[in-house]
Design a protein around this ligand. Structure first.
Ligand SMILES: CC(C)(COP(=O)(O)OP(=O)(O)OC[C@H]1O[C@@H](n2cnc3c(N)ncnc32)[C@H](O)[C@@H]1OP(=O)(O)O)[C@@H](O)C(=O)NCCC(=O)NCCS
Length: 144
């Protein structure tokens, strides 16, 4: 598996991976396109034989970063791809100083919450009904 920064030519493949996962942010092609144009965006992708099988999208500026969108193809889930992506993104950030990183995940998204916990994130709070009635967001953070 290779981990590399995503490029504009990757937007279709990124959107394809995202479309397999309803829990992802739902950016679609245009969302990835506009995100990649942001100077503070860092989108990492995991590739197997040149095929994108997962991605982690962050924004980072002035010591604060946010993980905005993460997904791994269902066929490739549970094999360490998500953790590799997130660890790699955090390691790269760390090389440029200290960062306070946050993210939100649905309270019922067990796999994502477990992934973030494994990556060192701890709960900071909740946003009530963030994903609709009765579905809170758990806000998690880590300092590196
Ligand atoms: C969340 C997601 C990115 C995890 O990717 P992944 O490659 O399957 O994760 P990994 O194999 O690296 O697993 C890392 C940890 O996550 C947890 N995890 C992964 N899949 C899990 C599952 N199906 N059930 C419970 N925990 C799970 C485990 O703690 C695992 O560590 P372990 O293997 O040491 O037990 C993936 O499930 C996904 O794409 N989900 C849909 C999109 C999504 O929810 N995005 C996040 C929105 S906030």
């Amino acid at each position: 598996m290779i981990l590399r920064r995503a490029m504009p030519a990757d937007v279709s493949a990124l959107a394809r991976v995202e479309s397999t996962r309803p829990q992802a942010a739902g950016w679609g092609r245009s969302g990835f396109e506009s995100e990649l144009a942001q100077p503070c965006a860092q989108i990492w992708c995991a590739c197997e034989e040149e095929k994108i099988i997962g991605f982690a999208a962050l924004r980072a500026a002035a010591g604060n970063a946010e993980v905005l969108n993460v997904a791994v193809l269902p066929d490739c889930g549970g094999k360490g791809v998500g953790f590799a992506l997130l660890s790699h993104a955090l390691e790269k950030l760390k090389k440029s100083g200290s960062w306070r990183i946050s993210l939100e995940a649905a309270q019922d998204n067990g796999p994502a919450l477990a992934l973030y916990r494994k990556a060192g994130f701890t709960p900071l709070g909740r946003r009530k009904d963030f994903y609709g009635p009765g579905r809170d967001a758990v806000v998690l953070g880590v300092e590196i």
